[in-house]
Design a protein around this ligand. Structure first.
Ligand SMILES: [Zn+2]
Length: 214
C-alpha cells in the first residue's frame, strides 16, 4: 500500500504540472495509509521525482522513511488528517483559484459545480506558507467541504483517494475561472440559490460524484 501511494503521489505531481495547475515545484500531494502520511518532497523537480523521494511520516510529523525534506506544507496535511476522515490531499497554485482567492471570502456559486465540493468553497485567511496558523485556517475552511481556497496562495482539495481528488482539482479551477471571467464582464453575476444547489447535490449523489455528460 505504501509503494502504491508513493507512486500515486509522483503521478499526481506530474499531472498537476502538465495541466498547468502548479508552477515550478509548487504544490504538494499526500495520501494517508493507516496512520502514516505519504507526502511529496520539498523542492524536487517533478520530472526528476522518483518513488524513493516520496517520504513517509507519522501523523505527528516524525519521519518514518524520508530521504528528503517533506513538503513545507506538511503541517497543513497533518492537521487535515488528524481532524478528518480524508485519505488524500492535493494543494495547488492553480492560476484561477489563486487569483480568485485574492478577492473573495467564499467562491460565489456562479456555476453548479460548486455542489461538487459540498457547497460554496470558503477562502481560508492568509497566513505564511507552512505555518500552523495556515493549517488551522484551512481545516476550519474545509468543514463539511472537500475544497478550500487559501487567500493569496492557492487551493486545497481533499477526499477518499488521490484518483478521486485529482479530477476535482480541475473542476475547482474551472469554477474559479468562470467566476473571474463573469466578474470581469461588468454586469452583476447571477448566482445560484440554496434550493438550486441542493437539487444538484441530490443528482450528484444518485449519479456518483462525476458530473460527466452534464
Ligand atoms: Zn502553496
Amino acid at each position: 500500500m505504501l509503494e502504491l501511494a508513493r507512486q500515486q503521489v509522483v503521478d499526481a505531481c506530474r499531472a498537476l504540472r502538465d495541466r498547468g495547475l502548479v508552477v515550478g515545484t509548487a504544490g504538494n500531494v499526500s495520501v494517508r495509509v493507516d496512520d502514516l502520511v505519504v507526502i511529496s518532497p520539498s523542492g524536487v523537480d517533478y520530472d526528476e521525482m522518483s518513488v524513493a523521494d516520496v517520504g513517509v511520516h507519522t501523523l505527528d510529523g516524525s519521519p518514518v522513511e524520508a530521504a528528503l525534506q517533506p513538503s513545507s506544507e506538511l503541517p497543513l496535511h497533518l492537521a487535515v488528517y488528524r481532524s478528518t476522515e480524508h485519505r488524500a490531499i492535493v494543494h495547488t497554485h492553480a492560476p484561477a483559484s489563486t487569483a480568485l482567492s485574492t478577492v473573495v471570502d467564499v467562491v460565489p456559486p456562479s456555476h453548479y459545480y460548486c455542489a461538487l465540493f459540498g457547497g460554496p468553497v470558503r477562502v481560508a485567511p492568509y497566513a505564511t506558507y507552512g505555518s500552523v496558523e495556515l493549517a488551522d485556517g484551512v481545516v476550519a475552511a474545509l468543514s463539511e467541504r472537500t475544497a478550500a481556497l487559501m487567500a493569496n496562495h492557492g487551493a486545497v482539495l481533499v477526499g477518499a483517494s488521490l484518483p478521486a481528488v485529482m479530477p476535482q482539482v480541475e473542476y475547482l479551477e474551472y469554477l474559479c475561472d468562470v467566476q473571474l471571467r463573469a466578474g470581469a464582464y461588468g454586469a452583476p453575476v447571477r448566482l445560484l440559490d440554496e434550493a438550486q444547489l441542493a437539487e444538484v447535490t441530490e443528482r450528484l449523489a444518485s449519479y456518483g460524484q462525476e458530473p460527466s455528460g452534464t
